[in-house]
Design a protein around this ligand. Structure first.
Ligand code: IMP
Length: 196
């Protein structure tokens, strides 16, 4: 099975490799394997619309194979669900993960936010080799810590404490994420559908 991932995010690609390793004959490629590939702007209004933009743009140059596009992000209740679909670019168009985290923590202290409840959301769009479009979603609830802790993972992992845990995702690491994350839930649904 040849699966093309419509992402340039190495953290996500690592998680897909772990989450899909039960597929013995799987070969994973990404849009970075196509030197001339130009992503389209993510101008959708929802996670699903942005996942469709990513998957459709890659499918346009890669037909007859499996294509997966995913849009994900962090919704913080006390910030009216921001950064949401803007998670990757919260502190600016080319912001580093550390800059996005710094902006998030700053926004929560400018006007002290009592409600630190948050969730990660993942919307996944898969095109089968014959062009059918499948959708899978996942949500992970938690809270935002007061400072970044931990070295593992990517994005907002150092400030996200999953429900029922006392450590951040960046401390809990890939074993935990592969069982419980928003992305892992969507991936499990994809694997179930493949087996059905
Ligand atoms: P996307 O690549 O446009 O979907 O942007 C997703 C952004 O949401 C990432 O760059 C991270 O900032 C954040 N994000 C999504 N999933 C995760 C995760 O599993 N851990 C930490 N941050 C995440």
């Amino acid at each position: 099975m040849e699966l093309w991932l419509a992402t340039g995010n190495k953290g996500k690609v690592n998680e897909y490799k772990i989450g899909l390793k039960e597929l013995a004959d799987l070969k994973i490629f990404t849009q970075a394997d196509i030197p001339s590939f130009t992503p389209r702007p993510e101008d959708g209004k929802t996670f699903l619309e942005n996942a469709q933009i990513k998957a459709r743009t890659l499918k346009a140059v890669k037909s007859g194979v499996w294509v997966l596009g995913e849009d994900s992000g962090l919704e913080v209740e006390g910030l009216n669900n921001l950064p949401g679909i803007h998670s990757a670019r919260y502190a600016g168009p080319k912001a580093a993960d550390s800059e996005n985290i710094a902006k998030l923590l700053k926004m929560m202290t400018i006007r002290p936010i009592a409600n630190r409840k948050a969730r990660f959301v993942c919307s996944t769009v898969v095109f089968t080799p014959d062009g059918a479009e499948w959708h899978f979603d996942g949500v992970m609830n938690g809270t935002i810590s007061t400072k970044p802790v931990g070295q593992l993972g990517f994005g907002y992992d150092p400030v996200f404490i999953p429900e029922g845990q006392t450590q951040t995702l960046a401390e809990l690491g890939p074993g935990f994420k592969n069982q419980h994350s928003h992305r892992a839930q969507a991936l499990k649904a994809f694997l179930e559908k493949l087996k059905a």
